[in-house]
Ligand binder design. Structure first.
Ligand SMILES: *Cc1c(COP(=O)(O)O)cnc(C)c1O
Length: 392
């Protein structure tokens, strides 16, 4: 049976060119970049070149890019590292209610350590209002952390504007750009951000490698203590193959971005249109236009997203319900609740995140198998039964 991967917000496959670029650093050039002999010099050079490449691609400087183990570590480090460095200035942090758990749970942890956190609401499309950010800033505010684009509903935030407000008020601004980097053009200076998190496996790079951009002049305490790696700020022998893979993947993603986005936008809108026409009682979640080219998120009334996932899985189609991190738990997605969906509707959501390798044939197959699956689940649903009775 044909397998259709529609879960690119959870992770992506590693591109062949990326794996090829990484391979020499496992066997021939395996040296520790901190050593001084030849085999190590070559891995040191690979790390330096990768750092320069990523800096150039984001409009940053060489010394502003720090390698981490991925998006989660970058988010943790940005928020905890700044919170600790600036605790003499204040203890207040502003974030949004739709952040990834890597940000939300870090903020909750900081609350347990005496920090104060404001979780801003979002509108029905999942957007933060920059005016709300402005109003939430106090004398004690040290950091604003708002994601670039949401991993569940794809909504893109007004980052430049929020960054401008932060700058005017002299507050540092971090953005979790894990879903955005490699998908939409980003220049850290234009975006007005002081810190930015990214992760390789969301743009066809390897898993377990990411980076944090830290603008020159921003103080950030280490959270991983050890050797002098990463300018004394993040100990641990560098993940040399991962770093090379990260830089290669970002370079390729940016090179192919326009072409891939054009293709994905067409496919995204084709699927959105198809679901809207073929299935009753559905609603698109997220912003109608200001959304990632790969993201489709629908609520199907009267059914459980998890059941939908299982039946699609049995047809070889792999999607997600809400966030991958919440699958397996019974709590509805905090993002869907934040955009105002009641619990039962939040439970009936399906996230389809496409990639550049998906085809129209796959979309057609999906649109052919989805409606009967939804109908089958509704026919078993007591909610649907009630609804029909009330209607008659
Ligand atoms: C995937 C993701 C993360 C976590 O990144 P990892 O590299 O998997 O740790 C953080 N934020 C967002 C928005 C994500 O989509």
């Amino acid at each position: 049976m044909h397998k259709i991967y529609f879960d690119h917000a959870a992770t992506t496959s590693t591109r062949k060119e990326v794996v090829d670029a990484m391979l020499p650093y496992f066997i021939e050039d395996f040296g520790n970049p901190s050593s001084i002999y030849e085999v190590a010099r070559r891995s040191k050079q690979a790390v330096d070149e990768s750092r320069q490449k990523i800096a150039d691609l984001l409009g940053a400087d060489f010394s502003e890019i720090y390698f981490t183990s991925g998006g989660t570590e970058s988010d943790n480090w940005a928020i905890k590292g700044v919170a600790e460095s600036y605790k003499n200035k204040g203890n207040h942090i502003i974030t949004s209610s739709i952040e990834h758990h890597a940000v939300l749970h870090t903020c909750q942890y900081l609350e347990s350590q005496g920090y104060e956190v404001t979780y801003l609401p979002v509108d029905e499309y999942g957007q933060v209002n920059p005016e709300d950010v402005k109003k939430a800033i106090k004398n004690t505010t040290i950091l604003i952390s708002i994601m670039y684009a949401n991993n569940e509903i794809g909504t893109i935030q007004p980052i430049e504007e929020i960054g401008r407000i932060a700058k005017e008020r002299g507050v540092l601004f971090h953005t979790d750009a894990v879903q955005a980097v490699g998908h939409i053009p980003i220049d850290v200076k234009k975006a007005n951000v002081d810190l930015l998190s990214l992760s390789g496996h969301k743009f066809h790079g390897p898993k377990g490698i990411g980076a944090l951009y830290v603008r020159k002049g921003v103080r950030i305490k280490a959270i991983l203590h050890g050797g002098a790696q990463e300018r004394n700020r993040r100990g641990g022998t560098e993940n040399v193959p991962g770093i090379v893979g990260l830089a290669t993947a970002l370079e390729l993603a940016i090179k192919d971005m326009d072409e891939n986005n054009k293709k994905m936008l067409e496919l995204r809108d084709y699927i959105i249109e198809g679901i809207s026409q073929k299935v009753d009682f559905v609603k698109l979640n997220g912003h109608p236009t200001n959304r990632l080219a790969n993201n489709i998120n629908f609520t199907f009334d009267f059914i459980e997203g998890e059941s939908l996932l299982l039946l699609l899985d049995s047809k070889g189609i792999f999607c997600s319900s809400g966030s991958a991190c919440t699958s397996g738990s019974l709590d509805p997605s905090h993002v869907l609740l934040a955009i105002g969906l009641p619990h039962e509707k939040a439970h009936g959501s399906l996230r389809v995140t496409i990639g550049d390798e998906n085809t129209k044939e796959e979309a057609d197959y999906f649109l052919e198998v989805l409606p009967p699956i939804v109908q089958r689940l509704r026919d078993m649903s007591p909610l649907y039964e009630d609804f029909k009775k009330r209607k008659n």
